[in-house]
Design a binder for this molecule. Structure first.
Ligand code: AHR
Ligand code: AHR
Length: 516
């Protein structure tokens, strides 16, 4: 009896063992089958012909390199891959390779297998600022985020930065159909030409209407625009950014500024569309779907099939923005395919990580902002009446002075993905710029005030704390200059736009509040 029970137990154990093994096989198979955006496009009959991302693999089975960084200390390069098949980028590998030096992103590999990688853009109709007229490469640590809880870095395009491939394989030419999407930072843009991702000229020059088909993001109004003050998703079709069928204004293209923005442009013979949505949640909206523009030269199209990132077709280098991932397809993707891609993007879990911009500026918290320039490390951003300045604050300072140097972080009045600063002492009064100087004023409820009082946190430009980028003057940051507050850049003509000590002056340690 005892022996029989023993045998039965063994048989049960064996059966359970094979059941567990079977389950493991099933789990293993379903993991391997996890889809990326390019698997979804392929199922829809419109496969990716270029797949670029510094943040994650875009195929469920992709294990190759995502991008390459080069460090300044010894010019060595390092390829960065995903943590696992289909996974998020191994940012830790970049961090250890770039420890105690700076790194640039030298290559954004093509995951599609067609070798349509992006590298430093060469000169064209316009020269870039780097030697030989090339564009600058992006700083590899300037756009930190998390994806699915893992740290990753985007491609931070300051004006002058650009990537390109003029010798591609499989990208649409002529009037051939194609689709594309990209994920951008919807709070980082400007009115320069042209923050683009997509199809452009193979000689980096303006070859006439219809020789491009790229996603544009920003608020330049020279060609097209939509409702509100921008930014808008538009199509760069060369010598024109189009927001719909008309050159100029189209009422269906909204201002759109999600912190993580999905932007789509697609085109086929006499038909094209613009779509967009929040890359963190929800679906896509269609902002245009119809015939080619009411302007000559865009039907049929004369696409050339080069790929650009961060620049215009003729290497115009005036624009800024941030890119996380993007693809181009062969064939015109269906809306249903793109909707499934958007669901995949939302599930990937893009986030700014802990606190806004990873800087600890979380709405609801109260902070003091300490200057980091060597002159002034005992000074805090402060207001004297309505004038914003810096002041030395210490334990013995009066409670009024401590309150005048304490700010309650609010969701940005002009863009909830960014922040506003309400005076701890004077509720209802916010830090805002006027004529590029900072003041403390009561919120008048208007849209100009809301924009002037909204700042997008980024990692501090000198490596400490946070830098606060103006949402409506995206090349300007909160700066102290001779102890007064401004929004400044390094190219303006104001004395406070001086490049000397700029990075230090715009970097603020986010400290515990003097008055909580
Ligand atoms: O179409 C807008 C811009 O015009 C293109 O990007 C550029 O090539 C040209 O200057
Ligand atoms: O600070 C720059 C601009 O100056 C602000 O947007 C506006 O308030 C003023 O015209």
């Amino acid at each position: 009896m005892a022996r029989q029970r023993g045998m039965r137990r063994l048989r049960v154990a064996a059966a359970l063992g094979s059941l567990v093994a079977g389950l493991l096989v099933t789990v293993g198979t379903s993991q391997a089958a996890t889809q990326g955006p390019c698997d979804i496009y392929a199922s829809g009959g419109t496969p990716c012909v270029a797949a670029h991302s510094t943040t994650r693999a875009l195929y469920g089975s992709y294990t190759g390199s995502l991008y390459q960084v080069r460090r300044s200390s010894d010019s060595a390069t390092r390829d960065i891959g995903p943590l696992g098949a289909g996974g998020v980028a191994d940012a830790g590998a970049q961090d250890s390779f770039c420890a105690n030096t700076t790194c640039l992103i030298t290559v954004i590999y093509d995951q599609s297998g067609r070798n349509n990688r992006l590298t430093q853009a060469p000169p064209g109709g316009f020269n870039g600022p780097a030697p030989g007229g090339y564009d600058n490469l992006a700083n590899a640590t300037a756009a930190p985020i998390t994806v699915g809880g893992h740290k990753a870095y985007g491609v931070y395009v300051a004006p002058g930065t650009g990537y390109r491939n003029n010798n591609t394989n499989g990208v649409a030419t002529g009037d051939q159909p194609e689709g594309m999407y990209a994920i951008f930072d919807g709070t980082h843009y400007n009115g320069g030409c042209c923050f683009d991702y997509g199809n452009a000229e193979r000689n980096s020059r303006d070859n006439g209407n219809g020789t491009m088909e790229a996603i544009y993001f920003g608020n330049i109004k020279v060609w097209g625009y939509g409702t509100g003050n921008g930014p808008w998703i538009m199509a760069d079709l060369e010598n024109g950014l189009f927001s719909g069928i008309n050159p100029g204004y189209n009422a269906n293209d909204p201002s759109i500024g999600h912190r993580f923005l999905t932007a789509i442009v697609k085109g086929e013979p006499n038909h094209w569309a613009i779509r967009g949505g929040n890359a963190q949640s929800g679906g896509l909206s269609t902002f245009y779907n119809g015939a080619r523009p009411n302007a000559s030269g865009y039907n049929p199209m004369k696409k050339e099939g080069a790929i650009i990132l961060g620049i215009g077709g003729d290497n115009s280098v005036g624009a800024r923005g941030t890119f996380y991932e993007g693809v181009m397809t062969s064939g015109y993707p269906s809306d249903a395919t793109e909707n499934a891609v958007q669901a995949n993007i939302a599930a990937a879990g893009y986030s700014t990580g802990s606190g806004s911009g990873g800087t600890g500026l979380t709405p609801g918290s109260t902070v003091s902002l300490r200057a980091t320039t060597a002159c002034c490390t005992g000074r805090y951003l402060h207001h004297t009446g309505s004038t914003v300045d810096t002041a030395v604050i210490a334990g013995g300072s009066s409670s009024t002075e401590k309150g005048n140097a304490s700010w309650t972080v609010r969701a940005g009045l002009g863009n909830s993905s960014c922040v506003s600063f309400e005076s701890r002492n004077t509720s209802g009064q916010y830090l805002r710029h006027r004529n590029f100087q900072l003041y403390l004023n009561a919120n008048d409820g208007g849209s100009t005030f809301a924009q002037d009082a909204t700042f997008c946190p980024e990692p501090g430009r000198n490596g400490q704390g946070a830098s606060l980028r103006s949402v409506n003057y995206g090349d300007r940051y909160v700066r102290h200059y001779v102890n007064l507050g401004y929004i400044a850049n390094t190219s303006g003509s104001n004395t406070f736009d001086s490049p000397t000590l700029f990075d230090d002056d715009v970097s603020w340690v986010v400290a515990s509040p003097w008055a909580s």
